[in-house]
Write a protein that binds this ligand. Structure first.
Ligand code: NAD
Length: 498
């Protein structure tokens, strides 16, 4: 029923070589809206062969021409933002404004990639020895794959493909099977922008496709974003197959609230980090750490913030918080709240049992605020990935640092304070990849790089920005001498020392 989403191979819709499908659901209604074709190994192999051939030609296209295509793509993305936001809201559930926000953030990386001429400039040194020059150049890897999560169906793929393509690679995208449609629109727009067929392709499916891409000899590198267990699996599988891998995993981001902070401001910011997009962001803020006297006023302020949020479908005007992605995701939030309560925690704001009138079949759960929870309880230590904020209380700054650093995750963190001294110590001592000072969701802009530490990233490279260019290219160092025809250069058997 509804629409059918197929793969995008060699510049056209392609049903693939397998009859296997799965339903595409609307999280706000709980109803089926479409059907997704799932690829098998044969379809993966076919797409990779197309990509290998396309990449050989694409790598020879001038930088000027590549850049012009990216500029056209940017314009088309802007013109089609409403269309893409609508399908994201239908399949993911997030609000239209949030969907447009992720498209705009994704475009930052495309905009960065339009300046690839700057990033591909190598170094040059004249006369490293007399009459000998040295220079460097960066070349594409070949065909690279991107495997992406449900929570940002536009932005996260955009962290990858504009840079991969600008640097001369072909890109095979395997988006989340939960919200697949945006990727097919992007494929169509790339074609309209003038990108040769086969340089950007989309394969749909789950583990079968992921494993086939990680093991295919035609794939040189794999970029992954998703949960930690799958990041570890992809990192291990693709590394064992000799590929370059960057695998970004899950998170459990803490915001530290110091007693000197503007508590109302901090509570508003933490609420947006905890409950925006129903907490389904890798840079969400599921934990607030109140220091000393900040605790009581923060609890009062965050309770007020949570209680005023309007929960509803993402395409309804006035909705602050949308549904979560699946009935399972909703059950997980309810179960982890139940378990915290059974362990003696205080449920300050309770999102369980919330029903949105007219949307009884939707995956709705309200904002939830929990405190008085032990530091080893799974509702605090694990990633809930829903609209749940756990407030932990510590006595001083050192205890806050120790608590944040005890998490196995190290994606993002924030501190709310008026003190430059504590802010500076925080950024120095915290073992986390992305840090906000009075900023709750410190997602780096497209021309910086995005990546966490510890169980939030496996591999050497962060995503997009300069590290993205490094990931999708290999460097050569060239040493050159042009002796004249009649010049005599003495040869020596000893190692050259210039
Ligand atoms: P997920 O790990 O379930 O899925 C991610 C991708 O892996 C999807 O394309 C999916 O099809 C594929 N996949 C799922 N199971 C697989 C398996 N057994 N074998 C091989 N491939 C498999 O993640 P999700 O639920 O789509 O997204 C939410 C998670 O992603 C959260 O943990 C969130 O923190 C994380 N995330 C992290 C970042 C980051 O930058 N670190 C960004 C966004 C999301």
């Amino acid at each position: 029923m509804g629409y059918e989403i197929t793969h995008w191979i060699d510049g056209r819709e392609d049903a693939g070589d397998s009859a296997s499908t799965q339903p595409i659901m609307n999280p706000a209604t709980g109803g089926e809206v479409g059907t997704l074709r799932l690829a098998d190994e044969a379809t993966v192999d076919r797409a990779v062969q197309v990509a290998v051939a396309a990449q050989e030609t694409w790598a020879k296209v001038s930088l000027a021409k590549r850049t012009q295509i990216l500029y056209r793509m940017r314009q088309l993305m802007i013109e089609h933002t409403d269309e893409i936001a609508e399908v994201i809201t239908r399949e993911h559930g997030k609000t239209i404004a949030d969907a447009k926000g992720e498209i705009a953030r994704g475009l930052e990386t495309l905009e960065f990639a339009t300046s690839i001429t700057q990033d591909l400039k190598g170094g040059f040194t004249q006369d490293v020895s007399t009459g000998v020059d040295a220079h460097t150049l960066r070349q594409p890897l070949g065909v690279v794959a991107g495997i992406t999560p449900f929570n940002f169906p536009a932005m996260v793929p955009f962290w990858m493909h504009p840079i991969a393509i600008a640097t001369g690679n072909a890109f095979v995208l395997k988006p989340s099977e939960r919200d697949p449609s945006a990727s097919n629109i992007v494929a169509r727009l790339y074609q309209e922008a003038g990108l040769p067929d086969g340089v950007f392709q989309v394969l749909h499916g789950g583990k079968t496709v992921v494993d086939a891409l990680c093991e295919h000899e035609g794939i040189s590198a794999v970029s992954f974003v998703g949960s930690t267990p799958i990041a570890q699996h992809v990192h291990a599988t693709a590394s064992a197959a000799g590929k370059r891998v960057q695998a970004l995993g899950g998170a459990n981001n803490h915001a530290v609230v110091m007693p000197d902070a503007n508590i109302e401001f901090a509570a508003g910011q933490v609420a947006s980090g905890a409950f925006g997009s129903a907490g389904e962001r890798c840079m969400a803020v599921p934990v607030a750490v109140t220091v000393g006297d900040a605790h009581e006023p923060f609890l009062a302020a965050i309770t007020a913030e949570a209680e005023k949020l309007v929960v509803g479908p993402g395409d309804r005007e006035g909705t602050d918080m949308p549904p979560v992605i699946t009935p399972d995701a909703k059950d997980r939030v309810v179960r982890m709240t139940d378990e915290a309560e059974a362990a003696g925690a205080t449920i300050l704001v309770d999102g369980r049992g919330l029903v949105v009138e007219g949307f009884e079949g939707g995956n709705f759960v309200g904002p939830t605020v929990i405190t008085d929870l032990a530091a080893d309880h799974p509702t605090y230590t694990d990633e809930v990935f829903g609209p749940v904020l756990v407030v932990m209380h510590v006595n001083n700054f050192d205890e806050a640092i120790a608590l944040v650093n005890s998490s196995p995750f190290g994606n993002g963190t924030a501190i709310f304070t008026d003190s430059g001294h504590y802010a500076r110590r925080f950024e120095d001592e915290i073992q986390v990849g992305m840090i906000g000072i009075n900023v709750p969701i410190p997602t780096p802009v497209g021309y910086y790089s995005f990546g966490g530490w510890k169980d939030s990233l496996f591999g050497e490279h962060h995503a997009h920005g300069p590290e993205g260019v490094g990931f999708y290219t290999r460097q050569k160092a060239v040493t050159t001498r042009w002796p004249s025809q009649n010049e005599t250069v003495e040869s020596s058997m000893s190692f050259p020392t210039h």
